[in-house]
Design a protein around this ligand. Structure first.
Ligand code: NAP
Length: 320
């Protein structure tokens, strides 16, 4: 996983001023850091709680250009970090918990202190959606999971179900076939949203089965998951389906609560123009916090780079 040893320890942060403060250490945040560092702006990245973002939880990323054999998500994040640090970016294991964007410099209060920033790049990413059904919260970590790479190993020779019909459900489901004896994908419709390559791979894998037109209404178990309660949405028929684990991949919600009332949003995502500019001059957003459409590692990194270029131009313009 990530090299925590490279991180600064901001234990005594008396209130620092930085030219570019970046919130989030996924592909968007670290690409922004690389570009801002190469512009000699000495950016500071606050990692948030998830170092490397969601990409770091992906076992293999096969569609990031430059890696014809694929690359581990955590490894790619580490490479991003090293490259940004080589040019002077500082990565701190710290989280923002309040922001004041009403005047400049912007103020960001973190777990360890306070920053003022001439420009801010928000790259806070997204978090997995929950089904919000009985048993889900109680059995999380006891057979309910949102990360196959993190938890797959615990299901060696066990039966698991995967909920969802998108790229994540199939990619993570295929990853789970390394360990589990069977992977049953439960989807609420009769056709998948996932791309054709993943669909083909899943359909050809002998360990993967599908249950169509079906939702999970309850997760059943005392100490750990024992079964899921299923309902066919076409016939209304309800059944119990025994399983050792349930992996839920039903989309994501952007991590943007901190900016509510301060930045213009659209469906919970920070609204940006084609230059990553938010509704507040000097504040840029990149990656899944601001991306309703693409949500790929490569597009997030591209948005991060664009945001840093615009922050650089903004500062140059001010200093004219
Ligand atoms: P997604 O594309 O939004 O798919 C979510 C899936 O969950 C959909 O099939 C949806 O059903 C289902 N769903 C949503 N709410 C549900 C609920 N309450 N109960 C049951 N099912 C529910 O999300 P994702 O798969 O996480 O992908 C997110 C983005 O990342 C996409 O743009 C995707 O292309 C990208 N991604 C790409 C890769 C790759 O390229 N290898 C890998 C992972 C993710 P419906 O289909 O009926 O709406």
């Amino acid at each position: 996983m990530f090299n925590l040893g490279n991180l600064s320890t901001p234990s005594s942060n008396p209130g620092k001023h930085v030219k570019v403060l970046i919130l989030g250490s996924g592909p968007a945040g670290l690409a922004a850091a690389l570009y801002a560092a190469r512009a000699e702006l000495n950016p500071v990245v606050l990692t948030g709680l998830e170092l490397g973002g969601q990409a770091a939880l992906t076992y293999t990323i096969e569609n990031y250009p430059g890696f014809p054999e694929g690359v581990g998500g955590a490894e790619l994040g580490e490479l991003f970090q090293k490259q940004a640090e080589r040019f002077g970016a500082r990565v701190e294991f710290d989280s923002a918990n309040a922001v004041d964007l009403s005047q400049r410099p912007f103020r960001v209060t973190t777990d360890n202190g306070e920053y003022t920033a001439a420009t801010l790049i928000v790259a806070t990413g997204a978090r997995p959606n929950h089904l919000e059904i009985p048993g889900e919260a109680e059995l999380t970590g006891k057979g309910v999971s949102y990360c196959a790479t993190c938890d797959g190993w615990f299901f060696k020779d066990k039966k698991v179900v995967v909920v969802g019909g998108g790229d994540s459900a199939l990619e993570e489901g295929l990853f789970l076939t390394r360990y589990a004896s069977s992977v049953t994908v439960i989807h609420r419709r009769d056709s998948l949203r996932a791309g054709t390559l993943l669909q083909k791979r899943a359909q050809e894998n002998p360990k993967v089965n599908f249950i169509w037109d079906t939702v999970v209404t309850e997760i059943v178990g005392a100490e750990k998951v024992e079964a899921v309660r299923l309902k066919n949405v076409k016939t209304g028929e309800e059944t119990n389906f025994p399983t050792d684990g349930i992996f839920i991949f039903i989309g994501h919600t952007p991590n943007t609560q901190l900016f509510e009332g301060q930045l213009t949003m659209e469906k919970g995502y920070i609204k940006v123009d084609d230059k990553m500019q938010t509704s507040v001059p000097g504040v840029y957003a990149a990656g899944e916090a601001a991306d309703l459409t693409f949500r790929q590692v490569v597009t997030s990194a591209g948005m991060g780079a664009a945001a840093a270029i615009m922050a650089t131009r903004f500062l140059e313009h001010e200093n004219k």
